[in-house]
Design a binder for this molecule. Structure first.
Ligand SMILES: Nc1nc2c(c(=O)[nH]1)N[C@H]1C(S)=C(S)[C@@H](COP(=O)(O)OP(=O)(O)OC[C@H]3O[C@@H](n4cnc5c(=O)[nH]c(N)nc54)[C@H](O)[C@@H]3O)O[C@H]1N2
Ligand SMILES: Nc1nc2c(c(=O)[nH]1)N[C@H]1C(S)=C(S)[C@@H](COP(=O)(O)OP(=O)(O)OC[C@H]3O[C@@H](n4cnc5c(=O)[nH]c(N)nc54)[C@H](O)[C@@H]3O)O[C@H]1N2
Ligand SMILES: [Mo]
Length: 689
């Protein structure tokens, strides 16, 4: 790959940001005397355009942190205590292989891999590890913790999770930013939205919280959490009533509209407004703007699908550009995820080798119910008790719902737990062995994106620090110790990274030369229909296995659970903090300082009613537990909703817990995903604080 060297002894290496973010930036990494001195955005990569977020500009600070785990560690304290002593790689890997072999001899399904998107790389994410666990016959993991409700809903609507090109938002005349705090979580999209705004576009934000993004839009509609489906139906009602439909597009490219039309006619703006906690004029005005302004684009994000009806809501919203024909223009339509564009263009079966399962069909465990599942005994329905868990690229003790149960599960003395990590996270504290993993500066990888349409390659800038090894290398070595001799276990990280994409679709030479390559996708992909469904039509009504989409109120809300709502009258959402990435970066001092401390935003009215002032220590609680933090009284919170930002590490919390102490493990309507933002609480000033 084109590595530029200069006379002064500095080199620039091309990389890709590994984090779970829609932007997947192209990086230029400056190395001087063997040390990374700077990580910058690639000015030539259109979505990155030379800019990085604050977090990833600090990637060297994170990678060279004195807290990095740089040798294998073996537990010496009690489970969860986080006391370890260094050991050799041979000792750790020999012991881990022996323990896994003994369990596998009884039933390999008692072993569970647990991973998510600490890195989204196709090699260090689920490449060699997938080969390893498929060969082993371990339990399969249903990776639902983030986007599966929206992803499967979009698949029901369009055939795959696909949408607009991010760049084309710059030409939109109306942008609806829906369930997304773009400035925090999708900064490079925001740049395109700003270009559109400067050219006269109108920006409307739909979000319960008055985010920094909402503040910079022309209008903010602060609906109640989990009511987006009702709003979409109310908008459809108005589009029908005002005959703002593209009848030709509907007839030729949309299946099942009559059934959805019938449903939408039951949602006059007054009904939708009352469900959403907004005014009927807001519904009418939004419908009018959406109908009258062309091209109109929707930037939907995952924030709105972390509730019971999240999947149905995505199906409904995905129909808006179909019924108005917004898809006809390249700057019209919708983007929730672009990941489906990559699916037919990468070599998933080669990377992950599901064929190594042979005839075996292991059970599947949902990562979002890990709290319950680690505490289950063997049974006919469940299968064997989980005896070993291997965690990589994830911090479940902090990020999974109902974390009191998750922590209790990981604290089981009889659970053998291995964690591959950069740092001693809340989860690593529960390990029998912590294995030091490399960061993106130290390993090869290849990346797809879910917010743009470029394939990416990451070249290592420096050798591994200390004794760190890449995830792929760790699983390669474990495979050798398990006695696996299939040639795929000899593939190097570089071979896997370079081979990740189908060369018919992504030119390997271009990818290597530039570090990125744009997928070949039509500018306005659905201008003439052509959705990736069997008949090429979008599905407004029934979809395989699913009824006509409908609004489903939250599990925890006055409508579905009035008695609960009387005891716990505040809805709590816990969206991302700007300076963290889920629970990553929480331990980087400069970024933690920017987020100050765990806070709960409350509207002045709700705070006054409870005698709470800004800075006071509060007890946030429900029947699942309690969480202590500081109150931040301001009008970012709407009345009736409190915001607990960011996924703090539990050990940084006032009482060793975080917001997930309060969330529950019930799943979304579609996609078996967690419902983090469907959560009622009460808040009190903390006695004695
Ligand atoms: N800085 C930073 N960037 C991130 C992340 C991070 O933690 N920090 N997380 C990354 C990850 S894992 C993901 S999945 C992506 C996308 O992650 P998302 O979860 O989509 O992230 P945001 O766009 O920040 O937040 C969603 C917005 O939805 C709002 N919201 C909550 N409930 C509802 C609702 O019921 N309806 C509506 N309309 N809005 C609601 C929240 O107030 C918030 O402003 O971002 C990624 N980028
Ligand atoms: N209450 C609440 N909970 C949430 C959310 C919310 O909005 N509210 N958001 C949810 C969402 S959207 C998501 S995606 C999940 C995210 O949950 P996770 O995917 O668990 O994400 P992180 O918390 O960032 O933890 C990733 C870990 O992987 C490690 N890591 C990074 N790169 C590597 C590597 O190359 N090798 C190894 N071995 N480790 C690596 C990092 O050090 C970090 O500790 O959390 C969810 N939890
Ligand atoms: Mo996520």
């Amino acid at each position: 790959m084109s590595t530029a060297a200069s006379a002064s002894g500095t080199r620039t290496v091309r990389g890709a940001c590994p984090h779970d973010c829609p932007d997947t930036c192209a990086l230029r990494i400056t190395v001087q005397d063997g040390r990374v001195v700077k990580v910058a955005g690639d000015p030539d990569h259109p979505p990155t355009h030379g800019a990085l977020c604050t977090k990833v500009s600090r990637y060297p600070e994170r990678s060279y942190s004195p807290d990095r785990v740089l040798t294998p560690l073996k537990r010496v304290g009690r489970k969860g205590e986080g006391r370890f002593e260094p050991c050799s790689w041979d000792e750790a890997l020999d012991d881990i292989a022996a323990r896994l072999k003994a369990i596998a001899a009884r039933d390999p399904q008692a072993i569970l891999p647990y991973s998510y998107a600490g890195t989204m790389g196709l090699v260090q994410g689920d490449g060699m590890s997938a080969r390893f666990f498929h060969r082993l016959g371990a339990s399969l993991l249903d990776r639902t913790i983030c986007s599966s409700a929206g992803g499967e809903a979009l698949t029901a609507a369009y055939g795959l999770p696909v949408g607009m090109h991010a760049e084309h938002f710059a030409e939109s005349r109306l942008i609806i930013i829906w369930g997304s705090n773009s400035i925090t979580s999708n900064l490079h999209f925001w740049t395109f939205a700003q270009q559109a705004k400067r050219a006269g576009a109108r920006l409307i934000c739909i979000d319960p919280r008055r985010t920094e993004t909402a503040e910079k839009c022309h209008q903010h509609i602060a609906l109640l959490p989990g009511t987006d489906g009702a709003l979409a139906l109310g908008l459809m009602h108005e589009l029908i009533a005002n005959d703002a439909l593209d009848h030709d597009y509907l007839a030729r490219h949309v299946d099942g509209w009559p059934a959805l039309r019938e449903r939408a006619l039951q949602w006059p703006p007054e009904r939708a407004a009352s469900e959403c906690g907004i005014t009927a004029d807001e519904v009418r005005g939004l419908a009018r703007d959406y109908a009258a302004t062309k091209p109109a684009a929707i930037r939907l994000n995952y924030g709105m699908q972390r509730v019971r009806g999240g999947g149905n809501a995505v199906r409904l919203i995905a129909m808006l550009p179909c019924i108005t024909g917004a898809w006809r223009h390249r700057a019209g339509g919708l983007l929730l995820s672009s990941s489906g564009w990559f699916r037919p263009r990468m070599r998933a079966a080669w990377l992950q080798r599901p064929d190594l399962l042979g005839e075996r069909r292991p059970r599947t465990i949902n990562m979002s119910t890990i709290g319950d599942d680690l505490l289950r005994e063997s049974s006919a329905a469940f299968g064997p008790q989980v005896e070993a868990v291997v965690v990589y690229n994830s911090n479940p003790v902090a990020v999974a719902p109902e974390s009191a149960k998750v922590a209790r599960g990981f604290a089981r003395e009889d659970l053998f737990c291995v964690v591959l990590e950069h740092f001693l996270t809340d989860t690593a504290d529960h390990a029998d062995y912590v294995l030091p993993a490399t960061t993106q500066l130290e390993h090869w990888d290849a990346h797809r994106a879910y917010g743009h349409t470029y394939a990416m390659l990451n070249e290592p800038a420096i050798p591994p620090l200390g004794q760190a090894r890449s995830n792929a290398e760790i699983f390669r070595q474990l495979a050798a110790r398990m006695g696996y001799t299939e040639p795929c276990f000899a593939d190097s990280d570089e071979t896997m990274a370079r081979g990740a994409f189908d060369p018919e679709h992504v030119d390997p030479a271009a990818l290597a030369a530039q570090g990125w390559a744009k997928l070949k996708i039509a500018d306005a992909p659905f201008a003439e229909g052509g959705f990736p469904t069997p008949d090429g039509k979008a599905r407004a009504g029934k979809a395989p296995g699913l009824d006509v989409p409908d609004y489903l109120p939250n599990y925890e809300g006055p409508r579905s659970a009035p008695a609960l709502a009387a005891r716990y009258p505040l809805a709590m959402i816990s969206p991302p903090a700007r300076h963290f990435l889920n629970s990553s970066f929480v331990n980087v001092p400069s970024l933690r300082a920017a987020e100050r401390e765990p806070l709960l935003e409350m509207h002045p009215q709700d705070a006054a009613a409870r005698g709470i002032t800004s800075g006071a220590t509060v007890r946030v609680f429900n029947e699942r537990g309690e969480y202590l933090c500081k109150a931040d009284v301001n009008e970012r919170a709407r009345p009736g909703v409190v915001n607990g930002l960011g996924v703090w590490w539990r050990k940084f919390g006032l009482a060793g817990t975080n917001v997930n102490q309060l969330t529950h493990q019930r799943l979304t309507d579609i996609g078996r995903a967690p419902t983090f933002y469907d959560c009622l609480v009460e808040v009190q000033p903390c006695a004695g604080a």
